[in-house]
Design a protein around this ligand. Structure first.
Ligand SMILES: Nc1ncnc2c1ncn2[C@@H]1O[C@H](COP(=O)(O)OP(=O)(O)O)[C@@H](O)[C@H]1O
Ligand SMILES: [Mg+2]
Length: 590
């Protein structure tokens, strides 16, 4: 019953986008045919003028008329070319943008399990390389295929009907070689192009790593080593570029050579036919032009085959990923209401991450009443974060093991569940945006808290005021570098601002000094009556005032109770307190 009909991707396909722009394609293709038809007129006119020149009937007026006609045709061709470019290339760009939007929307729905399995670089490649190949297919690829086909048929028809069947058939014999050569050469070019792209990606990855890791590189004095490594990559990139250029440079001369054969046949055989009077001089001139007009479609046909096969491969890859189902979905009858009661219950919760076989949580039993603060303490890797991941359904817990607000977790939609949480994750994250926007991340209009109030509560207001631009200070890559403690406190302010029913602080004050920590915690306590707060910590001082503390070890709760009860147990908690007190005393003496 957990599986729900998935509303987001009922089989994604590019079709709906193509259909949406069908009129663009139709108009573009019509313009293309008109251009091709106009192009066919040009050799006829030059042929006519040639014949006219060798006859006594030719007048300046006729000549003027033909020139004017050529000019008009030339102008119309230009307009037609603009129209098909505008419609077809325009539509392909729009389709590219629509697919990219689909893709981004889809990425936002996919679960943590998906993100653990796929590398960022690969996910980016779908939006760049693959999408590009698809655009090439629906834009230039489609266009060239159509153009090549129409032009070939029309020119052939024209040669056969207006000039001479025999001459035509003989002269075009070498032409398919161009198409074949262009296809084969194109395929090699593509392979080399891929190596070239990989070389470039490798190089830019290295630059990026070096910039991010510049402090480590400098402090270990590794600049020279890095420069040497970069030079090798740079050289490799250069070599790969040359490999592509060498083949590309071969393309035109080869096509010219083959078409040269056709032209030679046309010259020899056509010249002979003109001499014996089978065709006129004008026919001969026109014929040579028609043969030249066949070269481009032949090259294009070879290219098209490559573009289409590449685009098709990319489309398959993308369709595949677009049809991956989001792993975290709602039951069909899930309630989208806001959760009212700040109560929590874990019932025999055991959990193993998907794709692994060691359980990381074992038989967790725990009840948290509304208004309580729960403290969780335990060694790194004992499952504290996992417990929280399940609580907000970043992963799916087994059914019936977690109850929230008096109902099983699957009673609620993911949206209503997460709306009731303010989560400060261990690896907190600030966006490259202003501090104000980072705190006011959930731009909810009917907030009953204020950004400055929340920052004050998180004891970071004074810090922010000290920055030259105050709350408008940009953080992240292109802004100020904040200390770990400042980041943590801004993250706390962000979570507090939405005044959540459940507030989760996962190791969120570890980089904050004990005094500041104390002030944040006591402010939280007064502001969160009737609401539940979960604090994960390593320091006893962070959690000792909690109503309930659990000590975890290897996925189990090994001790449970409030501070006094746990002290009386004289177990793990007690030893931890003694150890931390000792450390504190030593620290003070230094
Ligand atoms: N996405 C994941 N897939 C598989 N194993 C994981 C994943 N996340 C964490 N783990 C494992 O689960 C165990 C508990 O991790 P965690 O809950 O992060 O511990 P804590 O927060 O207490 O340090 C660890 O052994 C960790 O390696
Ligand atoms: Mg953790």
């Amino acid at each position: 019953m957990k599986k729900n009909t998935d509303k987001i991707n009922k089989g994604w396909s590019i079709r709906k986008h193509l259909v949406r722009y069908r009129y663009h394609f139709i108009l573009g293709l019509i313009a293309l045919v008109i251009v091709d038809l106009l192009q066919l007129r040009v050799p006829l006119i030059t042929g006519r003028v040639t014949d006219g020149l060798s006859s006594p009937d030719m007048t300046i007026a006729i000549l003027r008329g033909e020139v004017l006609l050529i000019l008009i045709i030339g102008g119309s061709i230009a307009v037609g070319r603009f129209i098909w470019r505008y419609f077809i290339f325009g539509a392909s760009r729009k389709i590219e943008a629509l697919i990219r939007a689909d893709y981004f929307r889809h990425l936002e729905t996919l679960s943590m399990t998906f993100y653990n399995k796929n590398k960022t670089g690969d996910l980016m490649a779908y939006a760049t390389n693959d999408l590009n190949a698809i655009r090439m297919m629906v834009g230039p690829g489609l266009l060239m295929a159509f153009d090549a086909l129409v032009l070939t048929v029309l020119v052939l028809y024209q040669m056969l009907t207006t000039i001479n069947v025999q001459l035509t058939l003989v002269a075009i014999i070498p032409l398919p070689l161009i198409a074949g050569g262009s296809m084969l050469l194109g395929r090699s070019i593509r392979n080399r192009f891929r190596s070239k792209q990989e070389a470039f990606a490798g190089m830019s990855d290295m630059v990026q790593e070096n910039i991010s890791g510049i402090r480590v590189i400098k402090s270990y004095v590794q600049e020279i080593k890095e420069i040497r490594a970069f030079n090798i990559k740079n050289r490799h990139n250069y070599d790969m570029n040359l490999r592509v250029i060498r083949l590309q440079a071969l393309m035109m001369p080869l096509a010219m050579m083959i078409s040269g054969l056709s032209i030679a046949i046309a010259l020899g055989y056509g010249g002979y036919m003109t001499m014996i009077g089978k065709i006129t001089l004008g026919d001969f001139v026109a014929f040579i032009q028609y043969i030249m007009m066949m070269i481009w479609p032949m090259i294009a046909m070879g290219w098209c085959i490559n573009i289409m096969s590449q685009g098709n491969a990319s489309l398959t890859r993308l369709t595949n990923i677009m049809n991956q189902k989001p792993g975290i979905i709602d039951l069909e009858d899930a309630s989208n209401d806001s959760i009212k009661e700040a109560t929590l219950e874990f019932k025999h919760l055991s959990y193993t991450y998907p794709g692994t076989d060691t359980p990381v949580l074992k038989d967790i039993n725990l009840t948290v009443n509304k208004g309580e603060t729960l403290g969780i303490i335990g060694k790194t890797g004992c499952g504290k974060t996992t417990l929280m991941n399940l609580l907000v359904r970043l992963y799916n817990p087994p059914e019936g093991t977690i109850a929230i607000g008096g109902h099983d977790i699957y009673h609620w939609t993911v949206k209503s569940l997460r709306r009731s949480f303010g989560y400060v994750p261990q690896d907190n994250f600030l966006f490259s945006d202003t501090i104000f926007n980072n705190i006011n991340f959930v731009k909810n209009k009917d907030l009953n808290k204020d950004v400055v109030d929340s920052a004050t509560l998180a004891d970071v207001h004074a810090n922010i005021e000290d920055f030259t631009h105050g709350y408008d200070t940009i953080v992240g890559e292109r802004g100020v570098t904040l200390s770990g403690g400042q980041k943590q406190r801004i993250s706390i302010a962000r979570a507090h601002l939405i005044d959540p029913l459940f507030l989760v602080l996962d190791d969120a004050v570890s980089a904050v000094d004990t005094k500041t920590e104390e002030s944040i915690l006591s402010a939280l306590k007064t502001s969160r009556t009737d609401k539940t707060t979960i604090i994960i910590a390593h320091r006893i001082s962070t959690i000792q005032d909690a109503n309930q503390i659990i000590v975890m070890d290897e996925g189990r709760i090994i001790e449970q109770g409030n501070h006094d009860a746990l002290m009386n147990l004289k177990g793990t908690y007690y030893k931890l307190v003694q150890k931390q007190q000792l450390e504190k005393i030593i620290g003070e003496q230094e």
